[in-house]
Design a protein around this ligand. Structure first.
Ligand SMILES: [Fe+2]
Length: 125
């Protein structure tokens, strides 16, 4: 990967990080509205000195994130929490864009959706 490509991906990563912070704030507000307490312990982040490996890890994380949002949207709909569902739908659009951008940066197709156990997608149409 060229220095220019690394710089371009660094800029994209900063934009993605800003999106993720905004997502966290929106979700925290929804949790607060529902009377809960947001978790403040982030999952461990895998790092690498290899930019391509980092992009692959980031893509895998985005893929898993989209899968979790799909499940949370289904749960919110089932509970009749339509404002929460709408908030999550706005977020999942950006998360899917992150997936697309990362896959494009890696020169690969967007991988199949990652669904929670029991909700596996069989093929991409
Ligand atoms: Fe993301």
């Amino acid at each position: 990967m060229s220095c220019r490509a690394v710089a371009r991906n660094r800029s994209a990563t900063q934009i993605f990080a800003n999106h993720e912070l905004q997502h966290a704030i929106k979700i925290a507000r929804q949790i607060d509205y529902l009377g809960g307490m947001p978790c403040v312990l982030p999952k461990p982040v895998k790092t690498s000195s290899d930019p391509v490996a980092m992009l692959r890890e980031d893509l895998e994380n985005e893929r898993a994130t989209v899968g979790r949002y799909r499940e949370r949207i289904r749960q919110a709909e089932a509970m009749g929490e339509y404002a929460l569902s709408e908030t999550l739908r706005v977020i999942i659009v950006q998360e899917q864009e992150h997936e697309i951008d990362l896959a494009a940066a890696l020169g690969i197709d967007v991988p199949l959706p990652k669904e929670p156990a029991g909700n596996q997608v069989q093929s991409k149409q």
